[in-house]
Design a binder for this molecule. Structure first.
Ligand code: ACO
Length: 326
């Protein structure tokens, strides 16, 4: 049984925070942010907007494109590190919001690789016959866990959601492979120290010592990200007997233009075969690849039978790839 992406959708907050506005909030410049990251602006959720809000809207748009009713969905997998609540899962809230009454729903924690890990699980459900129609979603409101006093991190991130509908299919327009990897040795190079069981949100020191916010060793993360995304892409090519020249488009995790360019260079991919939108959204973690995939799809960039590579890297560390015959 093959696994086809039959619908894509995305949803972003209306509020845009530009680099120029950030200049008025912290000690930074548009020039620094643009040259170091490629980011020009990001979207920020408003009061009353939650991770489930954007996840549900992205899911509705993906379902509409696929022509699938919510009741037909067997499984909802939602990648996020910024759930509405520690529990229940945000996936269950999305199930309720969209009326996917027959689905099993759960969240998946793999940071920026959450969407690729979700695709990999969904692929296995469908190939085994355990499910026929699956929603895989990446949704984040990172603006609520970044420290707006820390210029090293707050300029990098944004909010939003993307989703796909996957269906069992007999045709060739299919996921060809997914590969996932983890390297827990480096878990503390990119993480949120507070609000879990080690530094509970109920402990006043968690707030007083600013442990509630995301923290990152940027230079180390940069080096690991480039090497890991290359490895994940090469694994996918080797598994399918393909080379870089067979790839029509690479949609990498949208963290930093310099990470993307360095990864593409190591793979020997020219910029014409790269899809990026991080200048408009910043790093939206698990949402970044499905948002970019939806934009590429709706812009008609993806041609039937073209080979599409998705590759991600994130906290954990986690990394992975998906190769698709579109
Ligand atoms: N504005 C102005 N100056 C800044 C800012 C800012 N926003 N942030 C840091 N600086 C300063 C630093 O304080 C430092 O000043 P100093 O030399 O006086 O101490 C100087 O700029 C250089 O800092 P570096 O950290 O060396 O800058 P670098 O060129 O490494 O860029 C960056 C930092 C952009 C974070 C880079 O390391 C990076 O992109 N890392 C990858 C991290 C990433 O993308 N993580 C996302 C999550 S992981 C993922 O999604 C893959």
């Amino acid at each position: 049984m093959n696994v086809r992406i039959t619908g894509t959708g995305s949803s972003l907050p209306g509020k845009i925070l530009t680099n120029a506005e950030l200049e008025t909030l912290i000690d930074t410049t548009d020039e620094w942010i643009t040259t170091r990251t490629g980011i020009k602006e990001r979207r920020i959720a408003a009061d009353g907007e939650y991770t489930s809000t954007f996840a549900a809207e992205a899911a509705r748009r993906a379902l509409a494109m696929a022509g699938v009713e919510p009741e037909e969905i067997d499984l909802i997998i939602l990648g996020t590190v910024t759930p509405d609540f520690p529990f229940p899962s945000t996936a269950c809230i999305v199930q309720d919001l969209i009326g996917a009454t027959n689905a099993t729903a759960f969240d998946l924690s793999a940071a920026c690789s959450g969407f690729i890990f979700g695709l990999s699980i969904a692929e296995k459900y469908i190939r085994s016959g355990a499910a026929k129609k699956i929603l895989v979603i990446g949704s984040e409101i990172l603006s609520r866990i970044v420290d707006w006093q820390d210029r090293n991190t707050c300029v990098l991130f944004g909010d939003g959601a993307g989703a796909v509908v996957l269906e069992a299919s007999e045709g060739d327009h299919s996921l060809l492979s997914t590969h996932t990897f983890s390297n827990g040795t480096y878990w503390n190079l990119l993480y949120q120290p507070g609000s879990g069981s080690r530094n509970p949100a109920t402990d006043s020191r968690t707030i007083d010592e600013r442990r509630i916010y995301l923290t990152m060793e940027g230079n180390d993360v940069f080096k690991h990200a480039v090497r890991a995304m290359e490895e994940a892409a090469v694994k996918a090519l080797d598994a399918n007997g393909l080379t870089t020249s067979d790839i029509s488009l690479l949609i990498p995790h949208q963290a930093n233009q310099r990470i993307i360019d360095a990864t593409a260079k190591r793979l020997g991919l020219d910029s014409g075969r790269l899809f990026t939108n991080l200048h408009r959204y910043g790093n939206t973690s698990s949402a970044s690849i499905p948002i970019a995939l939806d934009e590429a799809n709706r812009q008609g960039v993806l041609k039937p039978d073209s080979k599409l590579m998705l590759v991600a890297f994130g906290g954990g560390f986690t990394y992975g790839s998906a190769l698709i015959n579109w």
